[in-house]
Design a protein around this ligand. Structure first.
Ligand SMILES: Cc1cc2nc3c(=O)[nH]c(=O)nc-3n(C[C@H](O)[C@H](O)[C@H](O)COP(=O)(O)O)c2cc1C
Length: 328
């Protein structure tokens, strides 16, 4: 008998397949369908720090009026902030009523400013855990990478002090030394890291001479950088790992479990294939386990991570020197 239950952030999950933060997890109706289809947990659509701040800016300029009076501006800012936050707390409460799988709240944070106060409310609303979707803008050439990384760590430290919820942190892949940052996030209190987020990228329309967005959805070849870093770091950093980006099928999910991830977060494959893809991935993992005589995920978790393989060169290799040599 094969059992695909797993533990992530101290939560018991019936499956390692989590549906990641997206439009799929922004409404209770669709969250219910994800549970029915076999999701182990959901990460709610993020409350964006920018969304709160943009709301404030919009309200202060309504009808072309810029109040410019500190007390009125402060009142509107307070009202707008409260409004966005209250809506989000309602989403958490409704989702918790609608499903019995764990519900992770998600906040997109870009700075370590006072928005963190809302973390306390997340506990009250009933979220099972919090996922921080961190992105500190790297577009100011005057700011060195070190300063940006310190903001990531500082956000985690401050949030950790404000919530008793288990904390996971989703980051992107663009750091000089990912292992160093991940271990600092762990020391700052992150009980899990999600490797990696996938950011919107620009493209160009050469007929219209304009900038356009590339597809918001990943394809099934995009998982490899997340897989590499999960396998390299999972044995050495005391935090849970979740794989993300480009995980579209059961065998790719199995690869992440072999790399040491406790769970995978999927989004694009559900958009492309419908909720039924979650059940197909659960079945595919079970089938692979049967074929390989594993009865629980712990039987093979991390079997191909950096401390369980004879030679890590295959995980660390980034250049094709030999291949070019052969060709030359
Ligand atoms: C339409 C859409 C909306 C998303 N919204 C959020 C969001 O609100 N918060 C967040 O942390 N990630 C968001 N993401 C990113 C996903 O959670 C995920 O990290 C990314 O899509 C990579 O996973 P995938 O390859 O399975 O799609 C969104 C992705 C898509 C496609």
């Amino acid at each position: 008998m094969v059992n695909i239950e797993t533990k992530f952030l101290g939560l018991n999950l019936s499956s390692p397949i989590i549906v990641g933060s997206s439009g799929l997890t922004g409404k209770t109706g669709s969250i219910g369908k994800l549970e029915e289809s076999g999701a182990g947990a959901v990460v709610l659509k993020s409350l964006f720090e920018e969304q709160i701040l943009a709301g404030i800016a919009r309200e202060t300029r309504k009808g072309g009026v810029v109040y410019g009076q500190t007390d009125i501006d402060d009142y509107i800012a307070f009202y707008e902030r409260k409004h966005s936050i209250n809506d989000y707390m309602d989403l958490i409460r409704d989702a918790k009523k609608a499903v019995s799988i764990p519900v992770l709240a998600s906040i997109n944070a870009t700075s370590d400013k006072e928005w963190q106060a809302i973390c306390a409310d997340l506990d009250k609303a009933g979220a099972d855990a919090l996922q921080l979707n961190l992105f500190v803008s790297p577009f100011d050439m005057r700011v060195a990478g070190e300063g940006i990384e310190e903001t990531y760590v500082s956000i985690v430290r401050k949030v950790k002090a404000l919530t008793s919820l288990p904390l996971s942190v989703k980051i992107g892949p663009y750091f000089t030394n990912i292992g160093n940052l991940v271990s600092r996030l762990s020391q700052a209190g992150a009980e899990a890291v999600v490797l990696f987020n996938r950011y919107a990228s620009p493209d160009m329309d050469v007929q219209k001479m304009s900038i356009k967005s590339a597809s918001a959805r990943s394809d099934e070849t995009e998982y490899r950088s997340s897989l590499r870093w999960t396998a390299l770091l999972s044995p050495f950093v005391k935090t849970d790992f979740a794989g993300a980006t480009g995980i579209h099928d059961a065998i790719t999910a199995v690869k992440f479990l072999l790399a040491g991830a406790k769970v995978v977060e999927i989004v694009s494959t559900v958009y492309k294939n419908g909720e039924k893809r979650i059940g197909e991935m659960n079945d595919g993992i079970s089938m692979w386990m049967k074929e390989n005589s594993f009865t629980s995920i712990n039987d093979f978790l991390g079997k191909l991570s950096a401390d369980n393989i004879a030679d890590t060169a295959g995980l660390e290799r980034v250049q094709y020197m030999k291949k070019f040599g052969d060709i030359g």
